[in-house]
Design a protein around this ligand. Structure first.
Ligand code: CP
Length: 338
């Protein structure tokens, strides 16, 4: 929907509202949500609302971050995260430098830290990075002055995905407090699950993890040393999806990460589908207005049935759309907030 009130106006006349980006934002990096408080998450979501309004205008661009350089450095493939960060930066008037490790001097032996410092030396103010190694963004953040945003590190964290997930849930269901969010699938290998556990818990939602015992982190496997994982906040775990999904407000299916599977974690994909696929029959046990989410990319017909993935309760494409506004909000807060 195009906002007619901006028709014919120049970019300078259509800045985001003055209220955007309260002066209390002090965070330099976004590495995970484990150290975010509720107020910070709300601030991101309020700012994302304003950014969504900008994206609804005829001119989907404001000069707010003119002069800022956002660099993306990706050592793993990405469709959604990378493109939405690039669009977000451009919509705010920033310049964007995009580096794919496969086509960079990494191939000549350049280290991660040297690559990051090189981008800083050419003027980057914010570095958005994805790396297969858990903790890589923390290493970089310790060696640069620019802001570092974790766009996914190994199995560890994907904070901007969790922020856009919380934003999408809040848009449909309002306050997250008390909402039952079932995250089902390959929890073990999922950085999305880990960041969502922090984000949802901070916002007061009831996170329930569900998957085969072999695809749960060791500390969450039933019977393992008191069923605790000290690296996560307290969370419910249920290996039976038919039971876990009862009364759910949200069902978030995770991609079965076939590329990260070690031999023997699953007896067969057929059995996985039988026990853990999110399909119409299982959704009937959830609340009637349940939201179906998936961070993507999807193995359609494996962790989620095509009917559910594209059905009326699916907000999967909306998650992707909201990713641009949420990432605009983060870039804005990082660039202007300090
Ligand atoms: N959800 C997500 O991180 O998708 P991409 O791998 O396409 O960025």
């Amino acid at each position: 929907m195009v906002d007619q009130s901006t028709r014919g106006k120049t970019a300078e006349e259509v800045h985001p509202p003055e209220s955007v980006g309260l002066p209390t934002w002090e965070r330099r990096h976004v590495l995970d949500l484990d150290d975010f408080n509720r107020r910070e998450m709300e601030q991101v979501m309020e700012t994302a609302d304003a950014m969504k309004e900008v994206l609804g205008r005829e001119i989907r661009r404001v000069p707010t971050l003119r002069g800022t350089i956002v660099a993306t450095l990706f050592y793993e493939t990405s469709t959604r995260t990378r493109s939405s960060f690039e669009l977000a930066a451009k919509a705010l008037g920033a310049d964007v430098v995009s580096v794919a490790a496969a086509a960079s001097s990494v191939q000549k032996g350049e280290t991660l830290v040297d690559s990051a410092r090189t981008l800083q030396a050419i003027g980057a103010n914010i570095l958005v990075m994805r790396h297969r190694q858990s903790g890589a963004p923390y290493l970089v953040a310790g060696h640069v002055d620019m802001s570092v945003v974790n766009a996914g590190d190994g199995w560890h964290a994907h904070p901007t995905q969790a922020l856009l997930d919380a934003y999408t849930i809040q848009h449909h269901l309002g306050d997250l407090r008390g909402k039952k969010v079932v995250i089902v699938g390959d929890i073990l290998h999922s950085r999305v699950a880990r960041s969502n556990i922090w984000g949802l818990t901070t916002m007061g939602a009831q996170a329930v993890l569900c998957g085969p015992p072999t695809l749960l982190p060791w500390g969450l496997r039933p019977g393992y040393r008191g069923n605790e994982d000290k690296a996560l906040p307290p969370v419910e775990v249920d290996t039976n999806l038919d039971r876990a999904i009862e009364g759910a407000d949200v069902v978030m299916a995770l991609r079965l990460q076939l590329e990260r599977q070690q031999a023997g974690l699953l007896p067969s994909l057929r059995e996985y589908v039988q026990l853990y696929q999110v399909n119409e029959e299982r959704l009937a046990r959830a609340k009637p207005n349940v939201l179906v989410m998936h961070p993507g990319p999807i193995n359609e017909g494996l962790e989620i049935s095509p009917e559910v993935a594209h059905g009326a309760r699916s907000v999967i494409e909306e998650q992707v759309t909201n990713g641009v506004a949420v990432r605009m909000a983060l870039l804005y807060l990082l660039a202007k907030g300090r």
